[in-house]
Design a protein around this ligand. Structure first.
Ligand SMILES: NC(=O)c1ccc[n+]([C@@H]2O[C@H](COP(=O)([O-])OP(=O)(O)OC[C@H]3O[C@@H](n4cnc5c(N)ncnc54)[C@H](OP(=O)(O)O)[C@@H]3O)[C@@H](O)[C@H]2O)c1
Length: 247
């Protein structure tokens, strides 16, 4: 129970890695709040997890402000911030859409950065901020130019934020998952056949030859959130079955 007495906020906590992290954080003793953009999904997930759920679209800074105010009023301070909300919209060069660019930059990058900004006054000294990035931040995989750029930028932000928040002993780290079995792929709008091809391709590039389970990523997040990681900041943790070292 190494997250006892800690308050954790997880963006995009109604699904996938965020949902699994909420479960893991709660199991380890934390008080957990999940957010999401869809009222029904947030309600259902919060009930299933037995945690508080708040609807707040990370793109809308006004909603993020309201989220911070609500959490401040109800819980006081926050110890763990998991910036997990994200989308993946693969598109080939030459056919990139401005909508796809804006959506991925807004959710994956702006959403994380401004959530942190609005929560800074609420964070306890010694708090842990964890950005859910991707192995793709450091790769050159076809059709992922914009998505990968959002995650590379997020990892750059992690480093700056780690330095800037160090005087308050607030730690900032990134997690770089490889392929994880979550609903993110089904939300791309790709056909079943395309999804199967992509899954096969990704799986073959992973030396351990499988996708991660969300719970495996959640365990890493729980470690970085805990005081066991007290001297770790400004770091990127790869969790991709070895995909970071394969060609
Ligand atoms: N799965 C992978 O292979 C993989 C690999 C590397 C990195 N990641 C990263 O891991 C994170 C979690 O993804 P996942 O795989 O767990 O996908 P997921 O199951 O689709 O979960 C993403 C969560 O973010 C929420 N979200 C999306 N846009 C939002 C917005 N504007 N405001 C608030 N919440 C929003 C989603 O809500 P809805 O349910 O309403 O869509 C969902 O709860 C993402 O940052 C993703 O880039 C995933």
């Amino acid at each position: 129970m190494n997250l006892q007495n800690k308050v954790a906020v997880i963006t995009g906590g109604n699904s996938g890695i965020g949902f699994a992290s909420a479960k893991e954080f709660k199991k380890n003793g934390a008080t957990v709040i999940i957010t999401g953009r869809n009222k029904e999904k947030v309600k259902k997930a919060a009930e299933e997890l037995g945690v508080k759920g708040v609807v707040a679209d990370v793109v809308d800074i006004h909603q993020t402000n309201n989220l911070a105010t609500e959490i401040g009023n109800e819980f006081g301070k926050v110890d763990i911030l998991l910036l997990n909300a994200g989308i993946f919209l693969p598109e080939p060069l030459g056919s990139l859409s401005e909508d796809g660019y804006n959506a991925q930059m807004d959710i994956n990058l702006k959403g994380a950065i401004f959530t942190v900004d609005k929560f800074i006054p609420l964070l306890n000294d010694n708090a842990s901020i964890i950005n859910v990035s991707s192995e793709l931040a450091n790769k050159g995989v076809a059709n992922t130019a914009i998505y990968s750029a959002t995650k590379a930028a997020l990892n750059s932000y992690t480093k700056t934020a780690a330095t800037e928040l160090a005087p308050r002993k607030i730690r900032v780290n990134s997690i770089n998952p490889g392929p994880v079995s979550t609903p993110i792929y089904a939300k791309t709008g790709m056909s079943e056949e395309q999804l199967d091809d992509m899954a096969e391709h990704f799986k073959n590039r992973v030396p351990l030859k499988r996708f991660a389970e969300p719970s495996e990523v959640a365990k890493l997040a729980a470690f970085l959130a805990s005081d066991d990681a007290s001297f770790i900041t400004g770091s990127e943790y790869n969790i991709g079955g070895g995909i970071n070292v394969s060609i």
